[in-house]
Design a protein around this ligand. Structure first.
Ligand SMILES: *Cc1c(COP(=O)(O)O)cnc(C)c1O
Length: 308
């Protein structure tokens, strides 16, 4: 299952940087699998193998109600024969009818893949890494293989090391979006020392340096905190406009939570001559496109432009 595979690389031609003497390429991890999106596919691979090795038939994981990781785990469970339980943040969801719940495209999809939900309050959700909380879940659901929130652990990082291939050593700079930092860690481990790896967090805060440091020994990387757009799940009209313009010109869809912010950041850096002339830049499209529909529902409510 989930064999070693690599995704195609497209060159990016975008009007905003057409006079700049750098070349930009994008690795289409979003096209790896129709439902198990991009980096979440990478992060699950060795975890699912481990679960099989330990003879588990249930996967339990955590996430928000619009989480790419929840959608991916549900799909992977269905495809590879695991029952899945999603511990979802927000106990107000527990009081909703199935019909109401299924207005959320992520939960609707996850349910269609057979995932069972366990809704918990935001305060309980914060305790999700504590032994007593996990023990309570085991009492309630029996034995399961635990996939951490966002899917990041050492096995996930190992999976993300397969994003880069030998052929990618020709690029000077590699850029990727960050949530927990697991994906960037794998990319760093697989990079060559002559390459620079740049991470773009989709949330505020500088704790990600420490997260990455747990998984890597190389020093050829840096985290750019300038393009989180106010925090996780936050977007602005400027960002939405950028995502729509980018798709119109290149045909490449971006998600508003991760890849949209990373691409915006990279284009802004290029416009400001951050990279030396002649730099070859490889962007990792980590997927996340399932999140567009949920974000558009929110944007409509706020009377903001939507993602086309
Ligand atoms: C989860 C996710 C990320 C972040 O991955 P981490 O390993 O948590 O840093 C980036 N891009 C997309 C599309 C994601 O779904």
């Amino acid at each position: 299952m989930l064999k070693k595979c690599s995704s195609r690389v497209d060159e990016v031609f975008f009007s905003e940087i057409k006079d700049k003497k750098v070349a930009v390429f994008i690795k289409r991890e979003d096209a790896l699998h129709p439902f198990i999106s991009g980096n979440k596919f990478r992060k699950l691979k060795y975890n699912l193998r481990q679960a099989q090795k330990e003879h588990h038939d249930v996967l339990l994981t955590f996430g928000g109600a619009y989480s790419n990781h929840i959608a991916a785990t549900a799909a992977a469970g269905k495809e590879f024969g695991f029952q899945t339980i999603g511990v979802i943040r927000g106990d107000e969801l527990a009081r909703k009818s199935v019909e109401e719940l299924h207005k959320n495209p992520t939960l609707k999809f996850a349910a269609s893949q057979g995932m069972k939900f366990h809704f918990v309050s935001r305060s309980a959700y914060r305790l999700k890494t504590e032994a007593s909380f996990i023990q309570d879940l085991r009492t309630e659901f029996g034995s399961f293989y635990l996939v951490p929130e966002g899917g990041t652990n050492a096995l996930a990082v190992k999976g993300c090391e397969e994003i880069l291939t030998e052929d990618d050593s020709k690029y000077d700079v590699i850029c990727a979006a960050m949530g927990t930092g697991g994906t960037l860690s794998g990319i760093i481990n697989a990079s060559k020392s002559h390459q620079k790896v740049l991470g773009f967090p989709s949330l505020k805060g500088d704790f990600l340096n420490n997260e990455v440091q747990q998984f890597v020994t190389k020093e050829n990387w840096e985290i750019n905190l300038d393009y989180s757009f106010g925090g996780y799940g936050k977007v602005t009209e400027t960002l939405i406009h950028f995502i729509n313009q980018f798709k119109k010109e290149t045909g490449i869809p971006l998600d508003p939570i991760y890849t949209g912010k990373m691409l915006f950041g990279v284009m802004d850096l290029i416009k400001n001559d951050y990279f030396a002339e002649g730099t070859d830049i490889l962007l990792i499209h980590t997927g996340g496109l399932q999140g567009i529909e949920g974000m558009n529902q929110l944007l409509i409510k706020k009377k903001l432009p939507i993602i086309q």
